[in-house]
Design a protein around this ligand. Sequence first.
Ligand code: FAD
Ligand code: DCQ
Length: 422
Amino acid sequence: MAHIVVLGAGIGGMPMAYEMQEKIRKGDRVTVISNSESFHFVPSNPWVAVNWRVRDDIAFPIRPYLERKGIDFISAGAKRVHPEKNQIELMNGETVNYDYLIIATGPKLAFDEVEGLGPNGHTHSICHVDHAVSAAKSWETFCKQPGSIVVGAVQGASCYGPAYEFAFIMDTDLRRRKIRDKVPMTFVTAEPYIGHLGLGGVGDSKGLLESALRERSINWICNAKVTKVDADKMYVTEVDEKGEVKKEHVLPHNFAMMLPAFKGVDAVFGIEGLANPRGFTIVDEHQRNPKYKNIYSVGVCIAIPPMGGTPVAVGVPKTGYMIESMVTATAHNIHSELTGNPPTDKATWNAVCLADFGDTGVAFVALPQIPPRNVDWFSSGKWVHLAKIAFEKYFIRKMKTGKSEPIYEKLILKAMGIDKLK
Ligand code: FAD
Ligand code: DCQ
């Protein structure tokens, strides 16, 4: 009988565990290993950082919910994966053996690649709820003595949506506090143009996001490389299409939030054939590692090549719906293997996303993720803000009840022509 281990319990790992548990044979076991006792709904971190949410609104203890479904849970982080031995070495010194391993560890945040970047330096982060909680404290102090804001994503980042979201959310919060007039804001991004998003744009994302920044008096710098951050200044090199220096900027900041570049986690970093040079897990079209065929991987931790062709390095984002499609394909494929068949399912890589702007928001559907596309739709409105709040409640509830994809969700998305599997 097989032991299937899911490493990581985030947006990918939790649904993975539930979907896998539904697809195992009698006697097979599913175990989740995570370095934290609690689940966090990462997309709500920007709201935590401006005190629209508190930590407990978006986090809950994992153990009781998994155990109720018969899934084992170990809350000790993985120190090292040993694929030759089918073994995981834990931080607490114990080891866990597996027959199948699904790596869903999300990103390691590469703050160290820019001097002064990150919560241990001089910029805030919304990538982890702990960072968002700490940003929220500084936000209150900042609002008492407002000054300049710099917000965006650094060179090599692969997650741009939350940078725009956070810029607009801060703007909304400042207007509500009636101190927006005291806060010059600059959006700094590695993208070649506003609205590229690592996807070559979606629909008219360039036009819509430029308008939104203009309407809210947020200046921007594209093709930007952040070279250094001091306590009150950010040093930014803006390059032209050829990658040659166009302008050096020194931006004063009293509050800054920059998305870092991502890497893979230390537990797999440097394992030849399993991880690429940045530590992302290498997978084929079935989410399976080509060298270690009993290892699958889903979520932000998988390797996908950047689109390329941009003057500054810009990574391709991995959004929630895409991740869920990887999860479903993986559950189906491991089920196939358990029943003596080869894996055949492929994730669709469709991007469906809701981004909140505080009072309004934007939604997009990109099928497939990389252009040219069959569906390329980008829209904005107050409905998106409300839809995102509804989605947060819905997803957290779904992660507690353990129903990975209720039938009505499947039907709605299917009616829209959006599918998880090819
Ligand atoms: P995570 O959710 O980060 O989960 C990784 C898990 O692995 C965590 O539980 C972690 O504790 C665990 N872990 C890490 N290392 C170890 C280890 N060594 N041992 C054991 N466990 C470990 N996408 C959207 O579609 N819509 C959005 O609105 C959206 N908003 C976002 C906002 C922000 C601020 C960010 C950063 C991303 C957002 N994304 C959004 C993109 C994406 O959906 C999220 O990044 C999502 O959390 C990725 O899921 P994941 O499972 O890959 O990683
Ligand atoms: O998993 C998701 C996720 O969390 C990571 C999000 O962040 C909030 C998402 O936005 C998924 C799946 C989404 C997409 C939600 C789409 C809801 C369907 C509404 C239809 C609107 C058309 C755009």
